[in-house]
Design a protein around this ligand. Structure first.
Ligand code: ASP
Ligand code: MG
Length: 825
């Protein structure tokens, strides 16, 4: 059976400002398929102010009220005219004309006696809601004659008693009227006026400024609604003020209590008291944006979500701290009592209280503008103790702000305060005072106002972005670097939605220029922006930019082959910046430098990932580490570590000269611009060094034989001369080839690593059946012999070079890094 429970929607003045808004609201409501909808409306934006002003003008006998009333009429008929046609337009405007003449009567009476009784003001002020309701009901009827057309005058239902604390609803009376006015079998959309009500004497009254939220909550209670949806112009309740915290996000679900705490601390989307009737009846409240109806908004209900910790962070500025200090207070009952009595008598409200268990001092926070008053009354109250020295001082510190984290889930959950104060500490912010209520729903810290925004951002990132947001700087957007940027661009959305991972490339640097982006650089068009906006290259500036207070993790991806950049890793790691790179230089240089990287990473609590330095995206280092960490013993590592050399010897079949093949490979981009960089074997030697060090071997280039395929006499000449003279050595290569062929072997350039640093790199003839002899063109192949893989070695084979695969490998390292950083992963 269809759900017969009501759903109550409420649209405020800003959602009903003009014809466009009415159309939008009509659309939203007709999209809802509930059987019974109640729609509480405010006056069109700004209308109530104008109406109130009419009474003020009339009271002064200023006859501009007539013109103002005409202006209202114009606005209303313009709006209606563009929404309605024919009879329904005529009906709405006729009704308005009738109201206008009633208003005119009231205003004229006011003008005559030059005084506006509250009742008259209330009547005038309340027309805005009637006009909205009538117009919206007509719009709905026009689009859906079956569902629309009904509007309800709340004055016939909501009955209140005005008290000093505001209107108190007379529930029994209101309920009885509700049941009479609204048919029990009503189906469709009933538009209801907000703001206005009737008092005990049966006269019109209002629920106070912005009272429509209250009306909506009252109707939700009276109708026993399943939900109350408050439509406004923001996406929901935010985790922090978005003007101060760029990363603020909409809180999906929160409890009434949390909403209350956040509302108190300035997240002024709702007014907790006014929503009381919904809260008391356990009706979930949903905050949604009428200008962005596809956003689900924030859902506020009694239900706490166990897995959550904090919900929002707020800052209130304009606070002063008052500190009462002295040994005479220790163990003396009544000190606090006297302090608060003095403040109460002076009408000073206290925002925060903190007393250490030594009882040596009590510290309170008060609004800045009553700080002087507070000091005076407290000094007076403790005049005797101050004189006798039992209390040393009453000190006031101005220009303070309270930063508070709020959330039901904090209760009984260790670590929240640690994270809160830890992030403040990391951002270098001094805390003056701390308070946590025993409900544990709120932890507050007092900081200097000039640091409040920084504090807010740091804390926000500590809770919301932690482990999930990486601030990335990329050096060297060449072949690999730019392929990586494209891959990140393509995957970013999916990583965000599926894994909550937020990769923000915020800096891209080439040798002379760099581009810095605020939230992140648009990777779809970074090249154009780079050309237009790049700054002078400055590594220090880049580092500061990618590692700011408000983002939790910074990574530098080094896609250069630069030794200079590699020299920076230790410093970065020490300062907590992670490094991901395919650049071999730092790991194959001197042993001392390499060891320093490890210490630096430990000091900075950072990670350095370089899987791609050996076989691009092939999982060589990862596999090796897994073997070692799971207790296997490595007996040997052997393989072909150079795609270029693999290619040369795969293609070389004795029919063509070796020099010809080198030239051809160079032309197709399979070699470095200077092929000697490949043929010298240095690249392979570096990779072998990296693997040896993973095994814990203390090894450096130069410690083991590396057979260079560059003839001695050609090592120092120009590239051109090298290429020109290479044919002189073709015969040598041919002879080696013939010899291998005769033994049924193949020439392969191999790297070998045994136990005890017995490493070597060089050209060998391997059996034609050996796996090394049978690889695809530019494949790398690595074979691990271990205690577990003794007879049948573990082999990893595949393309070990090329921008796409290498970039993919670097990307993989980046994701691995993110995993290390998520505590829950
Ligand atoms: N129209 C009324 C006001 O502006 C009530 C409301 O908007 O909630 O105060
Ligand atoms: Mg309003």
């Amino acid at each position: 059976m269809a759900d017969r429970r009501w759903k109550i929607h409420k649209f405020g003045g800003s959602s009903l400002a003009d014809a466009e808004c009415f159309r939008r609201v009509t659309g939203i409501l007709l999209d809802c398929d509930e059987l019974r909808l109640g729609v509480v409306v405010s006056a069109m934006g700004g209308m109530t102010d104008v109406l109130i002003n009419l009474a003020i003008l009339a009271e002064r006998d200023d006859d501009r009220f007539k013109k103002e009333l005409d202006a209202i009429g114009e606005r209303y008929s313009d709006t209606s005219g563009s929404l309605l046609d024919g009879d329904s337009l005529v009906a709405v405007l006729d009704a308005w004309g009738q109201d206008a003449s009633d208003i005119m009567g009231i205003l004229t009476a006011i003008a005559r006696v030059k005084s506006a009784p509250q009742r008259s003001r209330d009547i005038v002020a309340g027309y805005g809601e009637i006009w909205s309701a009538r117009l919206l009901a007509a719009c709905l009827e026009q689009s859906s004659p079956q569902r629309g057309g009904t509007w309800i005058d709340a004055r016939n239902i909501v009955t209140v008693r005005q008290t000093e604390l505001g209107p108190a609803v007379l529930w029994d009376v209101s309920q009885a009227k509700m049941d009479k006015v609204v048919a029990a079998d009503f189906e469709g959309i009933a538009v209801i006026t907000g703001f206005i009500a009737t008092d005990e004497q049966g006269l019109q009254t209002t629920l106070g400024r912005n009272g429509s939220d209250h009306s909506a909550a009252i109707f939700a209670a009276l109708s026993g609604a399943s939900e109350l949806i408050i439509w406004t112009d923001v996406d929901g309740i935010m985790s922090a003020d978005p003007r101060l915290v760029p990363e603020a996000q909409v809180i999906e679900r929160l409890t009434y209590d949390e909403a209350m705490e956040l509302a108190y601390f300035g997240a002024k989307v709702l007014h907790p008291q006014t929503l009381g009737p919904a809260v008391d009846n356990d009706i979930p409240i949903i905050i949604r944006n009428s200008r962005n109806p596809s956003h689900p908004g924030s859902r506020i209900s009694a239900e706490a979500i166990a897995a959550d910790n904090i919900k929002g962070i707020t800052a209130i500025g304009g606070i002063a701290l008052l500190n009462l200090e002295g040994a005479g207070m220790i163990g003396v009952p009544g000190t606090a009592d006297r302090l608060f009595a003095a403040l109460k008598n002076a009408g000073v409200s206290v925002t925060l209280i903190s007393q250490a268990s030594s009882e040596h001092s009590i510290c309170i926070a008060v609004p800045h503008d009553v700080a002087e008053l507070a000091r005076k009354v407290v000094t007076d109250a403790f005049a005797d103790e101050l004189e006798s020295g039992q209390i040393q001082s009453v000190e006031v510190t101005e220009a303070q702000s309270i930063i508070a984290v709020v959330g039901d889930g904090m209760a009984g959950r260790p670590g929240i305060a640690a994270r809160f104060f830890g992030t403040l500490g990391r951002a270098g912010i001094n805390i003056r005072a701390i308070a946590q209520g025993s409900s544990e729903r709120n932890i507050s810290a007092v900081v200097d106002s000039k640091e409040a925004t920084k504090a807010l951002r740091a804390v926000h990132s500590g809770f919301y972005l932690s482990a999930k947001t990486l601030s990335i700087g990329l050096l060297g957007p060449g072949g690999v670097g730019s392929a990586l940027l494209r891959q990140i661009d393509k995957q970013a959305e999916r990583l965000r939605t599926d894994f909550n991972l937020d990769l923000r490339v915020r800096a891209i640097a080439r040798s002379k220029k760099m581009l810095l982006g605020d939230t992140s650089i648009d990777l779809g068009h970074w090249q154009d922006v780079f050309d237009a906006d790049a700054l002078e290259y400055n590594l220090e500036q880049l580092e500061t930019h990618i590692n700011p207070d408000h983002l939790p993790h910074a990574v530098i991806i080094d896609c250069t082959a630069s030794e200079l950049v590699a020299g920076q890793y230790a410093g970065w790691l020490e300062r907590g910046i992670h490094v991901v790179t395919p650049n071999k230089k730092a790991f194959s240089g001197s042993m001392t430098d390499h060891a320093r990287l490890r210490t630096a990473a430990r000091m900075g609590n950072s990670h350095c990932l370089f899987e791609t330095t050996v076989g691009a995206a092939l999982p060589i280092i990862t596999t090796l580490r897994d073997l070692i960490h799971t207790g296997d013993t490595i007996r040997s590592i052997e393989g072909i570590f150079s795609g270029t050399l693999a290619y040369l010897f795969n293609v070389y079949d004795g029919t063509r000269a070796f020099s010809e093949i080198v030239n051809e490979a160079r032309a197709s981009g399979f070699t470095e611009p200077d092929p000697r960089d490949d043929l010298s074997g240095m690249d392979v030697a570096r990779k072998l060094t990296i693997l040896a060090r993973e095994l814990g071997q203390d090894i450096e280039i130069g410690d083991f034989p590396v057979q260079s395929l560059v003839p001695e006499s050609l090592r120092d000449c120009s590239i051109d001369e090298y290429l020109q003279r290479l044919p002189e050595f073709d015969a040598d290569f041919h002879a080696r080839y013939e010899k291998a062929q005769a033994d049924n072997k193949k020439l392969r350039y191999l790297a070998r690593l045994g136990p005890d640093a017995s490493a070597s790199v060089g050209l060998e003839a391997v059996d034609a059946k050996h796996p090394f002899a049978n690889i695809n063109l530019t494949d790398n192949i690595v074979q691990f012999k271990t205690d577990r893989y003794a007879d049948n070695p573990l082999v990893i084979q595949g393309p070990g070079a090329g921008p796409q695969v290498t970039a993919g490998g670097v990307f993989g390292d980046l994701l691995r890094l993110a995993q290390y950083l998520s505590p829950g992963a």
